[in-house]
Ligand binder design. Sequence first.
Ligand SMILES: [Zn+2]
Length: 217
Amino acid sequence: MLATLAVTLTLSGCGGAIPDAPHRARPQPTIAYQPIRPDEGQCLSDLGAKAAGFTPLPDQYYGAGCATFNAVRLASLSGDSQSFNISNLGPVTCPLANTFAGWARFGVDRAARAILGSPLARIETMGSYSCRNVAGTDKRSAHATGNAIDVAAFVLADGRRITVLNGWNSDDPAEREFLHTVHQSACRRFGTTLGPDFNAAHRNHLHVDLMNNGVCH
Ligand SMILES: [Zn+2]
């Protein structure tokens, strides 16, 4: 605590623009340039307790309402008895990563076991952070702050790959039931869940984010 305070005070007069004089000791980069605020520390600790594989990322501001603060890179999550990978995902905010981890384990992995008889091996996404507006509006999307994830497919341990595009109205009733079940459990956990029934733009993915409350289509 005292060490952190000392480094913070030292830096407060630095401003960041003046190059370090050669004789000055460089502060520890992890403390100096990426302070962990208490609520963020708690969030990271919660994510660690879920046995997630992740890397905390430095805050980034891209301008024009686009930024990733308090974000992590999520590589893997844990089910009841196995871990599974998350593919093609960019930076996501830590609170979203926590909610996603809970959904992936209790909403997706358990549904895969119960309905399709195989545990989950991978969740394929279409990404998270993207500096863009909500389609057809001048409002920034939750993606513009790393607060949304687009989920495209689920790969099971037995090799089956269930895509939102082909499975939502599949001839196979078990695939349909699985996708509609994970959609419903997403609605219970995320603020906003949008799937193929919302509009044609979502025919191939489930959009989940923490904005609003109880928006479920
Ligand atoms: Zn989306």
